[in-house]
Design a protein around this ligand. Sequence first.
Ligand SMILES: C[S@@+](CC[C@H](N)C(=O)[O-])C[C@H]1O[C@@H](n2cnc3c(N)ncnc32)[C@H](O)[C@@H]1O
Length: 211
Amino acid sequence: MNDNYYFNIKKKRPEEIYKNASDYFKGETLNRYATSKSMIRIQERLTIRALELLNLQKKDALILDAGSGPGFAAMYLKERGYNTVTLDIITEFLNYYDIKDLNPITSDMCFPPFRSNTFDAIISISALQWVYRKLSNKIMQDLLTHLAKSFYIILKPRTKLVFQFYPKSKEVLDSISRIFLDVTKFTGNVIIDNPNSAKKRKVFLVLEKLD
Ligand SMILES: C[S@@+](CC[C@H](N)C(=O)[O-])C[C@H]1O[C@@H](n2cnc3c(N)ncnc32)[C@H](O)[C@@H]1O
């Protein structure tokens, strides 16, 4: 991969304008997101790629969809025969469709309310940038640290997690990876699809819990 690709994105993303996801995803914006056909297609494509990266061997695996929104990723996972728990900080998203069979839970993903060794995999599509986006922000660093440690604990041994997200810069991306690798025993790396196209680039952090 060419490491000199242009990364710094000039356009402001919602998470840079709004402090919390719930300040942005409400009213008409929430409706528009939850009913957007193109959003469903995009999130499904990202989920297919995340599944490829997970390379799950277990057919009926239990997968946590962290930052699930209305549940597009989990709906697709269910179609593929997996069991899911959908977690989001915004209850209105989880209530938008009848997704009882996807086991919706309102929670902050930095403090996931699950026992150790619960999940066969964790997927998080387009959500992590809401947790950590500013290098200098100590509160965000602490939240991401808590998330990393918690996700390590709730995953079963020899399982993986995949985050797809939108880091603003290579520095933010490197910092996120460093936090995960420094505070847990996860191993893994960043995979960037279409690295040289700012529009098509998709960033995945793939981590494995070895024991
Ligand atoms: C762009 S949406 C993506 C939703 C979904 N993953 C999808 O593929 O359609 C980002 C989601 O992350 C959620 N989110 C942001 N911060 C969160 C947090 N700390 N804990 C749980 N969910 C969070 C938001 O509420 C929102 O539903």
